[in-house]
Ligand binder design. Structure first.
Ligand SMILES: [Zn+2]
Length: 308
């Protein structure tokens, strides 16, 4: 059996035809920001899906799963996503049903990543885990008792917006001091620049978290200190998240997690230090087993395995 996974980003919409074993058979992309209306956008997406199916001799699909900013599992809508050029509450499910009578399931991208890990990745044998995604932002998806947690609004699992430092750094959500402002790619760069300033060093012009990772792996003390600070902040947030869900594992994915030991070693230490003692040894820190360039499509495709 096959399904379609769609990853909606502010710039591009990536689609993939996914076989039941988690193989992406074929892909297609359209520019999201070329559209300001939902109908022509959905029309072109459905065109791509029809072509993907025809080119690969697939006559039937199980459904269409969509990972989107503010994707609402309950309503099948994308609710006022700030980074999309198509504004308002967008009823994807209803619009897609005009073309194809298959289940259409939406959730936000971090939830999709968590579910993808459960269906196709390293969490196949787990019923309780949390996924933290580190990138431009910090997202999370929570799986409890084998089910992805949606909550009353469909928006559960926003651990990136737990306030870590009251009145701390300005966050894109309008509040201050969220975890995201410290452990996203941009937050890490900001911490590195603060460390440079404190040590009286010049601030380089175009530095990113990947470069800070490379520096740390070459033994640069300020870069290493930066990752230690980040690990302490992330470890605190992760340990706190264990108290409400008792997960068997916390998975990490995203660019900044690729740095390896400079993050992971102090992260394990911080996590152990902050963890409530009754949970000691019960929760592992693991890396996502899905490929970075596949997780968004696989996660979206996995959503249709979930019953509404
Ligand atoms: Zn925030």
């Amino acid at each position: 059996m096959y399904s379609i996974g769609i990853d909606i980003g502010g710039t591009n919409t990536d689609m993939g035809l996914v076989r039941n074993d988690g193989t992406i058979i074929a892909r297609s992309t359209i520019p999201t920001n070329a559209y300001t209306e939902l109908q022509p956008y959905i029309h072109d997406i459905m065109d791509c899906i029809a072509k993907l199916m025809k080119d690969n001799n697939v006559e039937k699909i199980e459904g269409i799963g969509i990972g989107a900013p503010n994707g609402n599992f309950y309503t099948g809508c994308v609710d006022n996503a700030p980074n999309l050029t198509i504004k308002g509450v967008l009823n994807f499910e209803q619009e897609m049903h005009k073309y194809m009578d298959v289940p259409v399931v939406l959730s936000n991208d971090a939830n999709a990543a968590a579910y993808g890990e459960m269906v196709y990745g390293g969490a196949k044998d787990l019923d309780n885990f949390i996924m933290f995604t580190l990138g431009t932002g910090v997202g999370s998806g929570i799986v409890l008792d084998g089910k992805l947690v949606h909550g009353s609004t469909g928006g559960a699992g926003e651990l990136g917006h737990c306030i870590l430092v009251p009145n701390g750094r300005q966050c894109s959500c309008g509040r201050k001091g969220c975890l995201e402002t410290y452990t996203s790619a941009r937050g890490i760069v900001q911490t590195y620049c603060e460390q440079l300033r404190e040590n009286g060093k010049p601030i380089p012009e175009n530095i990113d978290s990947k470069a800070i990772g490379d520096l740390a792996n070459q033994g640069d003390p300020i870069a290493l200190k930066t990752w230690e600070i980040v690990a302490n902040q992330l470890g605190l947030a992760m340990a706190n998240s264990v108290t409400f869900s008792a997960p068997q594992a916390i998975f990490l994915m995203g660019g900044p997690t690729k740095v390896g030991d400079p993050l992971l070693k102090p992260l394990q230490k911080a996590f152990d230090k902050y963890l409530l003692n009754i949970f000691a040894g019960s929760c592992q820190i693991r890396m996502s087993q899905l490929k970075a360039n596949e997780v968004a499509i696989l996660g979206a495709a996995a959503l249709i395995k979930m019953k509404k």
